[in-house]
Design a binder for this molecule. Structure first.
Ligand code: HEC
Length: 225
């Protein structure tokens, strides 16, 4: 009986000393972890003792261009072909491009220029300066690149839209504005034989029927055609 008690007590004290060792190790380990929390690296905006200006965030080397931001295509990004504003587009103007242009135009330009391009949009009706109509002779004569240029750089009181509208979309809008202008001066002689027959029969294209100015306003229209 005595022996058993001695056996138990020695087991217990061994257990206690194991626990003590474990605690000691844990304490040491946590001292190490303190170092890891403050690793020898700079944190954003931390002061530097290495650089003269004490800034750890270094300025970009002059001429640095972010990945994917190299504006190699001059026509696409400036609207210019050589020095002159371009008559042509940097990519083919398909029906899809025109649909995209109409959608973007309706979002970004109609508040002032109105869906018809006459320049009496809702903001203008509430007192904003009235832009000229896109249908006036001077603007009808302007090349596509001019519209791109105005959207990119702004024009007198009109702000630039280059932050809200990407370069491709600005060209798509320019194409749509050109189409708006053409819509008032379309010539029957320009139609194909097929289209002339349809016109005589009074048929419209299946997905059309939404001329500028009276659109149904469905989100679906962006896929039109
Ligand atoms: C907040 C109102 C507003 C919005 C939105 C706006 N414009 Fe304008 N725009 C104007 C005003 C005002 C003028 C006339 C500027 C002046 O002469 O002071 C103008 C002028 C123009 C001109 C004619 C420049 C000239 O030679 O007379 C073009 C082209 C044009 N805008 C295109 C666009 C396109 C495309 C969009 C859509 C991306 C757009 N604008 C969005 C207000 C706006």
């Amino acid at each position: 009986m005595k022996q058993t008690a001695a056996f138990f007590s020695s087991r217990r004290s061994r257990r206690l000393s194991t626990l003590g060792l474990a605690l000691l190790l844990a304490a040491q380990a946590s001292a190490c972890r303190q170092d890891m929390h403050d690793a020898p690296k700079y944190e954003p905006l931390e002061q530097s003792s290495f650089f003269k200006d004490k800034r750890t965030s270094r300025p970009l080397v002059a001429g640095t261009i972010a990945r994917g931001k190299l504006k190699e295509d001059k026509l696409l990004h400036t609207g210019r072909d050589g020095d002159a504003l371009s008559e042509s587009f940097p990519f083919p103007v398909t029906e899809g491009v025109l649909a995209r242009g109409r959608e973007r135009y309706n979002i970004y330009c109609t508040p002032c220029h109105a869906r018809t391009g006459e320049g009496n949009g809702m903001i203008v009706q509430r007192g904003y300066k009235q832009p000229p109509s896109f249908h006036e002779e001077r603007l009808r004569a302007m090349p596509a690149g001019y519209f791109f240029h105005v959207m990119t750089n702004g024009y007198v009181t009109m702000p630039s839209y280059s932050l809200q509208v990407g370069a491709e979309d600005r060209w798509a809008i320019a194409a749509y504005v050109k189409a708006l202008q053409l819509s008032r001066h379309a010539n029957v002689a320009d139609l194909s034989a097929d289209e002339k027959i349809r016109l005589e029969k009074g048929e419209t294209e299946p997905a059309a029927g939404s001329g500028p100015g009276h659109e149904p306003g469905h989100a679906k229209e962006a896929h039109g055609g």
